[in-house]
Design a protein around this ligand. Sequence first.
Ligand SMILES: Nc1nc2c(ncn2[C@@H]2O[C@H](COP(=O)(O)OP(=O)(O)OP(=O)(O)O)[C@@H](O)[C@H]2O)c(=O)[nH]1
Length: 310
Amino acid sequence: MTAPSEQGFRSGFACFVGRPNAGKSTLTNALVGTKVAITSSKPQTTRTVVRGIVHRPDAQLVLVDTPGLHRPRTLLGERLNDLVTATWSEVDVVAVCFPADQRIGPGDRHLVTELAKTRKGPRFAVATKTDLVSRERLVEHLGEIAELGRETGTDWAEVVPVSAVSGEQVGLLTDLLVAQLPEGPPLYPDGELTDTPEEAIVADLIREAALEGVRDELPHSIAVVVEEMGLRRDRPEGKPLLDVHANLFVERQSQKGIVIGHQGSRLREVGTTARRSIEAMLGTPVYLDLRVKVAKDWQRDPRQLRRLGF
Ligand SMILES: Nc1nc2c(ncn2[C@@H]2O[C@H](COP(=O)(O)OP(=O)(O)OP(=O)(O)O)[C@@H](O)[C@H]2O)c(=O)[nH]1
């Protein structure tokens, strides 16, 4: 028998999907209220499944953030797509994000069609970034979303316009997602924001810093592995220091030069940026030891992929 306080409590999983840059990570952060997923102004940088957890007196909503779906050209691409479709079938609700400042395109159509094949359960349409557009454009956008639903045989359980930046309708979206969850006890301890190991979050923060300002195809060629992380011993009382030793892998020697920069200037900047965001995230001063290594063609090599955590 459940305790009276647990009666009516709901818990479960939701997943945001959508084309690259649709605003999924930002929305996850807005719902959870802290930065857990990695956002970037460049597409397809969300690689790890990062969960944010919304704790409420009546519910616990676990948000799963997946990579974007794309045509696989490498083994890594295939693995990522498998991860996406597996997640779709496991969660309680899938919410497709359509950025209001972009027209619905072939990528969206492909995604919703694939989703219709793998999932029969509730699907939401979320019109994201509503702060960027006029009311007229938003109405048009909602019309396109409805049309896409008809075309693909998708019966949207809800269509919700939101802005993760202004916060408009974020609360409503949470309510509607929670309403789709089954009754059940909390899945995670109270106060836990994410179950992603800290190492993975730290690796993502370093990767995010390394991607800043790199304009070419490099995003797909960088992987970060935290080799060792721990509080330094023998520190004075109240002055903790977290040691982080991480390797940044690129695929080719030429890319190493890009990441390191002239006389190491770029790598120093990456290190400083990454260190600051790790400190902000974990609330502890950090010593970051960052090394750049070449793992030749790691995207195509199953052994390397495993070693890099894929
Ligand atoms: N103005 C505005 N910008 C937004 C909003 N949500 C996201 N953005 C911006 O849109 C860009 C992409 O957002 P992300 O959250 O990284 O998008 P994503 O869908 O997770 O992207 P991938 O990781 O590439 O799949 C970032 O520059 C965000 O700051 C919003 O509600 N309003």
